[in-house]
Design a protein around this ligand. Structure first.
Ligand code: 13P
Length: 247
């Protein structure tokens, strides 16, 4: 049985004063069987570490530079995230891909950079509404995975997580149905089976896109859904904890 993981992605939300209660409530309320983590904006990593250190709640970043160091103004390296005790880092979130030009090649380089410093990359993949309507969901997700597999190899996925986040379900209140999500999760796992049945069997594949306390249990009950990547609901401790318990 794969251990489930519920990870929050705060995106660009928070304040030093406001985060404290949220982090403490998540730390003190985390009673589920699943693993749990929060990916916070860079300036709040020190605060996350201070509050969560020694608890069952892990923390991480939302992006990472593909470079180790150098003249890359505004970027944050994997070793800097590791310095702050991060376990996880998101790579290839659809907002990075669509607003900040993260191509498949850049995402593959960021994934490799994260692994190199011992972080667990959470590789986000997913199709837009237009791509789904054009019937190319499988092709898009496979292309996104293949770029990383070609660069890092299948064995790297023993130390990584995949998150399927259909772009049309992110922040829209429109969730993929459990059957729709399961179909793509099965396709993702099958893509790994062709390279390594063992890696495929152990791979955590999270679902993200308008996961709420009311729909989490059914989503997480699907055979190939190993937890969730939670946006909006991770900003409300009660909701995030309810989702965690559902996993
Ligand atoms: P929402 O849960 O707000 O739809 O966001 C999902 C997401 O993008 C998590 O990374």
């Amino acid at each position: 049985m794969r251990t489930k993981l519920v990870a929050g992605n705060w995106k660009m939300h928070g304040s030093l004063a406001g985060n404290l209660g949220l982090l403490q409530a998540v730390r003190d309320g985390a009673r589920g069987q699943a693993e749990i983590a929060v990916c916070v904006p860079y300036p709040y990593l020190a605060q996350a570490r201070a509050v969560l250190d020694g608890s069952k709640v892990a923390w991480g970043g939302q992006d990472v530079s593909e470079h180790a160091q150098g003249a890359y103004t505004g970027e944050v390296s994997g070793s800097m995230l590791a310095d702050f005790g991060c376990r996880y880092v998101l790579v290839g979130h659809s907002e990075r891909r669509s607003f900040y030009g993260d191509t498949d090649a850049v995402v593959a380089a960021k994934f490799a950079a994260a692994l190199k410093v011992g972080l667990t990359p959470v590789l986000c993949v997913g199709e837009t509404l237009a791509e789904r309507e054009a019937g190319i969901t499988g092709a898009v997700v496979t292309r996104q995975l293949d770029a990383v597999l070609a660069n890092s190899g299948v064995a790297a996925f023993s130390r990584a997580v995949v998150a399927y986040e259909p772009v049309w379900a992110i922040g829209t209140g429109r969730t993929a149905s459990p059957a729709q999500a399961q179909e793509v999760h099965a396709l993702i796992r099958a893509r790994f089976v062709s390279d390594s049945a063992e890696i495929a069997a152990g791979l955590q594949i999270l679902y993200g896109g308008s996961v709420k306390p009311g729909n989490a249990r059914e989503l997480f009950g699907q055979a190939d859904i190993d937890g969730g990547l939670i946006g909006g609901a991770s900003l409300v401790a009660e909701d995030f904890l309810a989702i965690h318990v559902a996993a």
